[in-house]
Design a protein around this ligand. Structure first.
Ligand SMILES: C[S@@+](CC[C@H](N)C(=O)[O-])C[C@H]1O[C@@H](n2cnc3c(N)ncnc32)[C@H](O)[C@@H]1O
Length: 455
């Protein structure tokens, strides 16, 4: 008798089983990667670490990189919630929060707690909780049923209590004072919207380098993405990578968050004017400014890190901006002005896009809220004030100075401006504000515009 032909239901069940096994294996591998990332003494930025670790190992294909990237990013985004639930599963929500926040009051203690969980028999629960929280419309998987009660209590608590809302969105409660000041500058509902936004990632925002390429860029992008335009910025949603597209390779379009584009726009230079981008990094804002000058006038890009200036030059060449110049500058003393600038009495506009805690980019880099927990910001604040002060000497009489950070912490923003104005009486404040999230689907940046007396 020949063996009975398996029914199609049998095949389906086998297929499901083998894909379950594959997922189980992948989740085990994801946990190993998560543990490796945590165990690294330097506790690198997650996106760079993933690029390095997965990129250099041939066993990881494109799909693996996407899968592990997704799981580890969800773990960073919601890890604080999952850890609180695991450590305080039998407690009331507020007790669980208080208990876990004492165990993890700074970055190294938090890291140790996360490592302990990853190495315990709760490691898989931890990852699964973070995965589920990233798609809460899904049914709670069977293996997470033991957490149903704790999750429900936490969600209910989050509806009426700010600390609960923090934890529900994966934000360590230690940041509560920083976010309460955000509520001062905006409103309660905006602060809540900001906290809720931390559970999602903003879209890929793009900026055109040349307005006359708008048509070509949009027609290429719309083949692969669904697009939305806002204030000249283009949000592209879709799976396709941007680097292979002609629009990107030819330098017609750049990746730049909506809020960063707005900060660059605070520099309202006109063709022929001279601008200095003092902390230019790889030149994202340098290019945004150059794109408004039609190659007339000049943009000087400086940075303490010379290797970044090589990137500024590469991008300027690609985009066809011939008026971008670069020079190293450490922010310790006034810049030695080139002759063409000194003859004019200084720059018309100076932008200080200061080094900062990057708290305004938690939506894109959720691991920063874990790695920087409890950091003493005073050395950074001293550097921010120093760079702003030294850069201000480069502005001509009647010129303008724009100070920005990608942080929403008051001590890196309003406090720096206040201190600067207190000891520089020839300057006045035109405007200062937070831009971006929660009012836009983007990062959150700070921008202040200062003007110097005409003589
Ligand atoms: C927020 S990033 C700038 C990002 C850049 N403007 C862009 O749009 O891509 C801050 C920059 O400040 C630079 N920096 C840090 N310390 C500095 C200092 N003492 N003097 C000048 N630049 C400094 C860093 O190297 C970094 O590139």
């Amino acid at each position: 008798m020949s063996p009975k032909k398996p029914s199609s239901a049998y095949h389906k069940e086998r297929q499901n089983k083998s894909s379950d096994n594959r997922t189980a294996n992948q989740m085990r591998q994801a946990l190993t990667l998560w543990e490796e990332w945590l165990a690294d003494e330097k506790w690198y930025q997650l996106d760079r670490w993933l690029k390095q670790t997965l990129g250099k190992n041939k066993k990881y294909g494109k799909r693996d990189r996407l899968f592990y990237g997704d799981v580890l990013f969800n773990a960073a985004r919601f890890g604080y919630l999952a850890a609180t639930l695991i450590k305080g599963q039998t407690l009331k929500a507020e007790e669980a929060i208080a208990h876990f926040s004492t165990l993890s009051s700074n970055a190294s203690r938090l890291k140790q707690q996360l490592l302990n969980i990853a190495r315990s028999n709760k490691g898989q629960d931890f990852l699964a909780l973070c995965q589920w929280r990233s798609q809460p419309e899904n049914k709670l998987p069977t293996e997470l049923q033991p957490y149903f009660g704790a999750l429900t209590k936490m969600q209910e608590y989050a509806e009426n209590n700010r600390a609960g809302l923090f934890v529900w969105n994966g934000i360590p409660v230690n940041y509560q004072p920083n976010i309460e000041t955000l509520a001062h500058h905006s409103s309660e509902s905006e602060a809540n919207a900001f906290i809720n936004a931390q559970s999602t990632r903003p879209p890929l925002w793009l900026r055109l380098n040349h307005a006359n390429k708008h048509h070509d860029v949009i027609s290429e992008l719309s083949e692969f993405y669904s697009l939305e335009e806002n204030d000249g910025a283009i949000a592209a949603s879709g799976q396709r990578g941007i680097f292979g597209l002609e629009s990107y390779q030819k330098g017609w379009v750049e990746i730049q968050d909506w809020a960063s584009q707005q900060l660059a726009k605070r520099v309202k230079a006109t063709p022929g004017q001279k601008v200095w981008d003092a902390c230019a990094g790889g030149g994202g804002k340098t290019q945004a400014i150059a794109s408004t000058l039609n190659n007339k006038g000049a943009v000087w890009a400086t940075d303490i890190r010379e290797y970044k200036l090589a990137e500024v030059k590469r991008r300027a060449k690609l985009a066809g901006f011939f008026n971008i110049r670069t020079a190293p500058w450490k922010g310790e003393e006034p810049i030695k002005q080139p002759k063409e600038i000194a003859n004019d009495g200084g720059f018309d506009w100076v932008l200080v896009d200061a080094p900062c805690s990057s708290s305004g980019t938690w939506r894109r880099n959720p691991d920063a809220k874990l790695r920087n927990l409890g950091e003493d910001l005073s050395p950074l604040n001293a550097l921010q004030l120093q760079i702003l002060t030294q850069a201000s000497h480069g502005v001509k009489n009647g010129g303008k100075l724009v100070y920005g950070t990608c942080s929403f912490f008051e001590e890196e923003n309003q406090h720096i401006i206040k201190q600067f104005l207190a000891s520089n009486t020839q300057w006045s404040l035109e405007s200062e504000e937070l831009i971006g999230c929660p009012n836009h689907n983007s990062d959150t940046l700070f921008a202040a515009v200062l003007s110097k007396q005409a003589n």
